[in-house]
Every structure is written in structure tokens, then in C-alpha cells.
Design a protein around this ligand. Structure first.
Ligand SMILES: Nc1nc2c(c(=O)[nH]1)N[C@H]1C(S)=C(S)[C@@H](COP(=O)(O)O)O[C@H]1N2
Ligand SMILES: [Mo]
Length: 252
């Protein structure tokens, strides 16, 4: 055995031993204080778990993403993903989304099916934020919409609720924990740069999560459901992202 491989064996062994005890304790504490993300994978997933736990502990739920001035709005707005091929989506699009409804259900007192007109009648808010894609590009845009917290109050979230899940007309479903769901900057956007939300950017309504990477901002929304577990949705990892190699928590 060469010196290098022996050293490697020893350090790997030490890391595994240290990992097993320290991370084992960390994992138990994190679980007790609800600091484990749904896509955690034991010691191998420790990086994600610790990132999520650290952000939850250090940043609390009141830290805000930076908001910009109109003069800082980008000139180019790249798109990620194709317009859904879904037949229902195209029928709704053809009629200007007059028949579109956003279903809000799950662990709520009053499930609702909201029209675009109803959403627009609620107190609206504008926010100029940065959206960064995991592929490396980003832009600053102005979004208008209604805070998710307003909708959550409207339907009456039950106390067992732990996550809010977002289903679009394509496969890109995702979820937020309750502190990110209630966060004042988390909202449902129906406008972009003071126009109707353009189709490729997620018409009629998309989620905006200013403190996480772009892929959490689910476009083309169809249904929002409140739940106490993500185990029975998809592969049980909280989102499509961990199924294709990205982490559920994408804090920036
Ligand atoms: N439904 C749906 N939402 C989605 C996507 C998608 O393909 N489908 N792409 C995501 C990714 S990876 C990013 S970076 C942003 C891009 O938003 P944009 O196209 O408005 O720039 O939307 C996110 N939301
Ligand atoms: Mo992205």
C-alpha cells in the first residue's frame, strides 16, 4: 500500500467516524427542531441539511432579499423551460385564462378555486428582485402579484401544516416550508415589468421566492396544496429538483 492511499484510508476512516458521531448528534437535534430538509440523505446529505439548518437558525424567517430601483431593471430576461405542452393549458391560454382557476386545498379550513380576476382584486404588491438560475444567468425584474400569506390567511391554514406544495401545468412541482411560505416577499405574480406576465415567464400566475434560486419560482401554476408531509408526492423529496440532482432548499 502506498503512503498516499494509506493516508487517504486513514483520513476517510476518521472523517467517517467523526461524521457518524458529530453529524449523528447534529441530525437528531436538527430533526427535533424541524431543521431537516425533505430531500436529506443521512450523512451523505449532511451538506444540504447543515446549509438548511444554518440558514434557518441564522437568518430566521424575517430576513429579506434585496429589492432594487426601477433603473436597475435588466434589459434582457432569459427564460428557462418550455411552455407546457399540456392540452388543458393551451385551451386556457387560448381564452385569455378566463376559465383558469387556482385550486388551493389540503390542510385548510376553506378550500378555494380562485380566478385570475379574483387574484387581481386582492391587495397587490410590486417587488423588484433578482432571479438567479442555477445555470448561471440572472436578471432583475419587477413583479406584481399577491402575497402568498394573503391567500394562506384566506383559506385558513390548519395548525398541522408543514409545507405548501405548488403544482404547475408541467412537471416542475416544488414546495416551501411554512416559514418561507409565510415570508412577506413570497408571492404569486401575475405581472412582470408592469405588463401581464408573459406566457414564457409562467402565465397566468407564477410563484416568486426571492431568497432562493429561480427553480423554486414555479411557473404556470394550477394548484397549491397545504400538507404536513411530502412523503407521498413524487419520490417524496419535496420537489422535482432533488429527483434530478438539485437540492430542495436553494437559498441564496
Ligand atoms: N412550471 C415551471 N416552473 C419553472 C420552470 C419550469 O420549467 N417549469 N423553470 C424554473 C427555472 S429553472 C427557473 S431559473 C425559472 C426561470 O424563470 P423565467 O423563465 O421567468 O426566467 O423558472 C422556474 N420555474
Ligand atoms: Mo433555473
Amino acid at each position: 500500500m502506498s503512503g498516499i492511499s494509506r493516508r487517504k484510508l486513514i483520513t476517510t476512516g476518521l472523517a467517517a467516524a467523526a461524521g457518524a458521531s458529530v453529524l449523528g448528534i447534529a441530525a437528531r437535534l436538527a430533526d427535533r427542531y424541524a431543521l431537516i430538509p425533505p430531500d436529506h440523505a443521512g450523512i451523505y446529505g449532511a451538506g444540504e441539511t447543515l446549509t438548511y439548518a444554518a440558514q434557518k437558525l441564522l437568518m430566521s424567517h424575517h430576513s429579506l432579499a434585496r429589492e432594487f430601483n426601477r433603473s436597475e431593471i435588466s434589459k434582457v430576461f432569459p427564460v428557462n423551460g418550455e411552455v407546457p405542452e399540456n392540452e388543458t393549458y393551451h385551451r386556457l391560454l387560448a381564452h385569455g385564462f378566463a376559465d383558469w382557476r387556482l385550486t388551493v386545498d389540503g390542510l385548510v379550513a376553506h378550500p378555494l378555486a380562485l380566478s385570475l380576476a379574483e387574484l387581481k382584486s386582492f391587495p397587490s404588491r410590486n417587488q423588484i428582485t433578482h432571479q438567479a438560475c442555477e445555470e448561471g444567468w440572472s436578471f432583475i425584474a419587477e413583479w406584481s402579484g399577491v402575497p402568498l400569506s394573503y391567500i394562506l390567511n384566506l383559506v385558513g391554514v390548519r395548525r398541522e401544516a408543514k409545507y405548501v406544495v405548488f403544482f404547475p401545468f408541467d412537471e416542475s412541482w416544488d414546495s416551501l416550508d411554512m416559514s418561507d411560505a409565510w415570508h412577506p416577499q413570497t408571492f404569486l405574480a401575475y405581472g412582470m415589468n408592469r405588463q401581464e406576465l408573459p406566457t414564457p415567464h409562467g402565465a397566468p400566475v407564477r410563484l416568486r421566492v426571492a431568497r432562493q434560486l429561480g427553480y423554486k419560482s414555479v411557473k404556470y401554476l394550477s394548484r397549491i396544496t397545504v400538507t404536513d408531509t411530502l412523503k407521498n408526492i413524487g419520490k417524496g423529496l419535496g420537489s422535482i429538483s432533488p429527483e434530478i440532482g438539485y437540492s430542495w432548499y436553494a437559498g441564496i
